[in-house]
Ligand binder design. Structure first.
Ligand code: ZN
Length: 74
């Protein structure tokens, strides 16, 4: 069984407080509500409409489409 696209994608999650980017796996991010930055700030990744949440949502949508497309071709 082929893995999900999101499992092979990493995102640099931007912190709204310090601007630091935290590199995380997309599939892992989708399972979280928020992650903690090195500066201690909580960054929402699947709730709200912050920059990080919007980015995770966008990449999740793209990966889902690619997963569907891949299955159709395969
Ligand atoms: Zn930070």
């Amino acid at each position: 069984m082929p893995g999900k696209m999101s499992e092979s994608v990493s995102l640099g999650v931007p912190c709204p407080e310090c601007g630091e980017k935290t590199e995380k796996n997309l599939a892992w991010l989708e399972a979280q509500t928020a992650i903690t930055c090195r500066c201690g700030s909580l960054i929402p990744v699947t709730v709200g409409d912050g920059e990080a949440a919007m980015m995770v949502k966008k990449f999740s949508d793209v990966c889902r489409q690619l997963d569907r497309h891949g299955r159709k071709l395969g």
